[in-house]
Design a protein around this ligand. Structure first.
Ligand SMILES: CSCC[C@H](NC(C)=O)C(=O)O
Ligand SMILES: [Zn+2]
Ligand SMILES: [Zn+2]
Length: 427
């Protein structure tokens, strides 16, 4: 006779799945694999990438598919598991995911963020549960099922696993996209991460806002803190801050007043750092302020934006200057017109599964921006509906049923994409 300890809220791998009732005692192996992957500490600032590569090598062996490793920068390896199509000359399908995750405040979590605890409701807690270890395992499990079913496809499918997305992708996707090994992949269409949606709908991203990180340097006359020193750094700093934050208010108002805008349709401005000063009674010779700007792809970057920043600096006073730590200039978006064969294949398959898609501009920055920048279509999509958006947040979780449904989604989507008949450009 089996005794259930109802007081035990935290369940381990082989215990019952509450959402499925009392009948299902064994955990789905795909869920166990997801939880295993969540336990790898690929967390910044020192991600254990070796652990991820060992795990992925094992997946390659299990799937019976070769894995290529390309070290794009020292200690930064991109891994690619490839299922070669029956017509490898055709453009391939890229299923991209990043292996790193953002840091945690462990004391603010209900459960250890690297224990992959599953609660009685089937919610799996862990850093990366949404962003984006779920998607990695969903790709792998969908491919496992398709292989086991003996399917073959005309187009080659690449599952690509990249490091360092969470720190800007410079030693990951940004470097790899220029690498000859990326050219060799012959990519025609890419899927990458999206966001959860708390409703029944699924959000899909066809573009991203451009991240600009700018620091404004305000030099000024120094002097004693007891005097009315003329032309101070602080006076200039105040004018700069006012210009940026007034603009912030306008954009916030535009979003609040609109019925149809989402965050991706307006420019956000956030003052994120202020530096300067040496002592209470010394008027500083310089003060600096930094802003995180996210600009929609419809905004004219050069004319409207850079010139605006230049004007604000000029208005703020003598010698106020700016420099960028991040200034992404490409504004390509991926077609979501029904005339586009990739989009048609993607959206009609989702529709056939009774999924409602909401098309949006991604508010932050993912590796998709590098893919789109070289002219390739990329859709940001993480199949997580009925799920609060918890990426980078405390208590990030994904429900196992939502996770499992995501595998079904890719199991349907991947064949349609990989069977896409030759496009006109493919001859
Ligand atoms: C601009 S590089 C940093 C990338 C990071 N991505 C996410 C998804 O948080 C961001 O948007 O801040
Ligand atoms: Zn991510
Ligand atoms: Zn992230």
């Amino acid at each position: 006779m089996v005794t259930l300890k109802l007081s035990c809220v935290v369940l381990r791998d082989t215990e019952y799945v509450a959402r499925s009732g009392w009948s299902k005692w064994r955990e789905d192996p795909s869920v166990s694999l997801f939880r295993e992957y969540l336990r790898l500490k690929t967390v910044h600032p020192e991600p254990d990438y070796d652990a991820a590569l060992t795990f992925l090598s094992r997946m390659s062996v299990e799937l019976g598919l070769p894995m290529k490793k390309v070290e794009v920068c020292s200690g930064r390896v991109v891994a690619i598991i490839t299922w070669t199509g029956t017509n490898p000359a055709l453009k391939s399908i890229l299923l991209n995911s990043h292996t790193d995750v953002v840091p945690v405040y462990p004391d603010c979590w209900k459960h250890d963020p690297f224990a992959a605890v599953k609660d009685v409701d089937g919610n799996i807690y862990g850093r990366g549960a949404q962003d984006m270890k779920c998607v990695t395992i969903q790709y792998i499990e969908a491919i496992r099922r398709l292989k086991a079913a003996g399917k073959t496809f005309a187009r080659t499918i690449h599952m690509m696993f990249v490091p360092d997305e969470e720190v800007g992708g410079h030693k990951g996707m940004e470097s790899f996209i220029k690498h000859p090994e990326f050219q060799k992949l012959n990519v025609g269409f890419a899927l990458d991460e999206g966001l959860a949606n708390p409703t029944e709908d699924f959000t899909v991203f066809y573009g991203e806002r451009n991240p600009w990180w700018v620091t404004i340097r305000c030099p000024g006359s120094p002097g004693h803190g007891s005097r009315f020193v003329e032309n101070t750094a602080a006076e200039k700093l105040r004018r700069v801050i006012n210009s940026f934050l007034d603009f912030r208010e306008k954009e916030k108002h535009r979003l609040d007043m609109s019925e149809c805008f989402t965050l991706g349709d307006v420019t956000t401005v956030n003052m994120t750092m202020v530096n300067g000063g040496v002592a209470y009674n010394v008027v500083p010779a310089e003060m600096d302020v930094s802003f995180d700007l996210r600009i929609p792809p419809t905004v004219n970057l050069q004319v409207c934006f850079e010139e605006q920043i230049e004007a604000w600096c000029k208005e703020a006073g003598e010698d106020v200057s700016y420099n960028f730590a991040q200034k992404f200039m490409h504004q390509n978006t991926t077609s979501t017109e029904d005339s586009d064969p990739w989009w048609r294949a993607f959206s009609s398959t989702c529709k056939a599964m009774s999924m409602t898609l909401k098309k949006e501009i991604f508010p932050a920055a993912t590796d998709s921006r590098f893919i789109r920048a070289v002219g390739l279509p990329a859709i940001g999509f993480s199949p997580m509906n009925l799920t609060p958006i918890l990426l980078h947040d405390h208590n990030e979780f994904l429900n196992e049923q939502v996770f499992l449904r995501g595998i079904d989604v890719y199991e349907r989507l991947v064949p349609v994409l990989a069977c896409m008949p030759p496009l006109t450009i493919e001859g």
